[in-house]
Design a protein around this ligand. Sequence first.
Ligand SMILES: Nc1ncnc2c1ncn2[C@@H]1O[C@H](COP(=O)(O)OP(=O)(O)O)[C@@H](O)[C@H]1O
Ligand SMILES: [Mg+2]
Length: 312
Amino acid sequence: MSRYLNKTIGVLMGGMSSEREISLRSGVNVMNALKTLGLRAVQIDVDREVSQKLLSEKIDIAFIALHGTYGEDGCIQGLLEVMGIPYTGSGVAASAIAMDKLLSKKIWSASGIPVAESVEIDPSNIEATLKKIGENTGYPVVLKPYSEGSSVGVELVKTEGELRARLPEYSRQFGLAFAEKYIKGKELTVGVIDDGKELTVFPILELRPKNEFYDFEAKYTQGMTDFVIPAAIPEESTKAIQATVKKAFRDLGLKGVARIDVMLQDDGRYFCLEANSLPGLTDTSDIPAMAREVGIGMPELALRILDCVEIK
Ligand SMILES: Nc1ncnc2c1ncn2[C@@H]1O[C@H](COP(=O)(O)OP(=O)(O)O)[C@@H](O)[C@H]1O
Ligand SMILES: [Mg+2]
């Protein structure tokens, strides 16, 4: 704590992504936590004028509570590097990689982390794309943009006919995207914190969405998803998944707190879906729930996240 005395912590929130509203909720939660700890914190709403705001507020450390484009993808991290302001979470490269689901999967699959089969969508050749999907993933299939979060653009498509009709408009709307094999099973998310010395894995959280999958509504509406923590899965699955997730975290070069989403089938096989380098910190978010399970409230969680920052 003493290293934060006389320091101003800027809580970067809002931002310019589709997850702006969620980020504002994360940011306010972090502001309250830092105030509870008696730390000096200022709120910085990130927009095109952010560099002026960072200078005029004279912040010593940035607590990034942003999600999505410009906040989670290495952009704000690059600006903070240039300005010489230490910040929470992962660096430029790891943030950029984790933001790109397909690139993350390529790295993971090269290093032996289990990932679901997927096919890149080529909007200029829909028929060839459909053929590859038929051969590699089958149906139903899950469509995903390379770089979105909060389930934005994640769509379940049940048949080839439905996909043929959907793809042109989908590509216009979401740009680069891929189709991933649908995994039937339990939806898990695993939180990891790296304080620079060791990696700690939080208890695994099982999400039981009331919708067909963990979509935007299920994520951010209270009562739309049941949290089961620790997950109701066999002990050996817990151990294997925790070990895999630690490796998956290291393979992407992540730092601070991150969350990796995993699907576990009934036969015990599991697949890493994606990494979230700046997981939500709202009251209904996963990481605060995992931390609560091990007796860590929001103020202590915020402090742990700050403690991961190297201050030169
Ligand atoms: N391959 C898949 N099989 C089954 N469900 C999936 C699959 N991929 C994603 N989902 C569902 O969609 C949700 C969002 O997908 P995810 O890849 O985690 O993207 P994001 O959380 O960034 O939007 C998951 O939490 C899960 O409920
Ligand atoms: Mg996810």
